[in-house]
Design a protein around this ligand. Structure first.
Ligand SMILES: [Zn+2]
Ligand SMILES: [Zn+2]
Length: 236
């Protein structure tokens, strides 16, 4: 509850009437003016319902048919592409924390205003060293915005990341899954709970799937993944 209230306070104090993050037009409602908002890169309508890979006729993609991800649903509207990629990069590496409200709002656009079925909203954690280097976890900020929109409980301490996984960028899909397999820990039993996990960008979904699998091992009944943008993978 407290974190939800905090989220809303931040949202109102810092993000109401701020100039557009992309073109500088003053007085936007939540950090993007309507034309810039409309220009953000959307995912194709025909995509795999499990992992959002573009496929004909919205059927499951081949990779998901062979190895379905451990999460039950993936919610994502945007493609990780210009100009959203630049915004996410500035937020994450430029420590532009004031962008959290605008990006969190994009993530939460399709979220129901109340989601009684979701028991907990959890950010994908960063390993300790990476958190120390970056100063904050971008997924934490986004998850908080989603929790505020959905009036759901936010828990940033449920999971941890055991180690810094190798960079995934040079790995293919199977290698990404192997790389992530034992990356996460969960602190308590989650019998029967429905959990939403949040990250800024997904590529193959390996990170989300690994976290979802760990949560399910601890008893979670359902795990939904929410991400701001889906990178269309170079390798599948
Ligand atoms: Zn604009
Ligand atoms: Zn798929």
């Amino acid at each position: 509850m407290l974190s939800n209230l905090f989220g809303r306070l931040i949202d109102n104090r810092l993000f109401f009437n701020q100039p557009c993050l992309l073109c500088g037009t003053p007085g936007t409602h939540h950090g993007l003016c309507p034309p810039c908002h409309a220009s953000l890169p959307r995912l194709p309508a025909e995509r795999c319902p499990h992992c959002a890979e573009p496929v004909a006729a919205g059927s499951l993609c081949g990779a998901c048919q062979r190895h379905p991800p451990a999460f039950d649903a993936l919610h994502v509207s945007y493609r990780f592409d210009y100009p959203l990629d630049g915004l996410i990069h500035a937020f994450k590496y430029g420590k532009r924390l004031e962008m959290a409200g605008a990006l969190g709002r994009l993530l939460a656009e399709k979220a129901p205003l109340s989601a009684p079925a979701i028991d907990l909203i959890v950010p994908v954690p960063l390993a300790k060293e990476r958190l120390a280097a970056r100063g904050f976890n971008q997924s934490h900020e986004l998850a908080q915005a989603l929790a505020a929109t959905m009036q759901a409980r936010f828990d940033a301490n449920l999971c941890w990341r055991k180690y810094n996984t190798r960079s995934q960028t040079t790995l293919d899909r199977a290698e990404r899954h192997r790389n992530m397999k034992h990356a996460f820990g969960v602190k308590r039993c989650l019998d029967g709970l429905c959990i939403a996990i949040v990250d800024d960008v997904a590529t193959s979904g390996a990170t989300l799937s690994a976290l979802a699998a760990t949560l399910k091992k601890q008893g979670a009944k359902r795990v939904e993944a929410w991400v701001l943008a889906r990178a269309i993978s170079l390798k599948t």
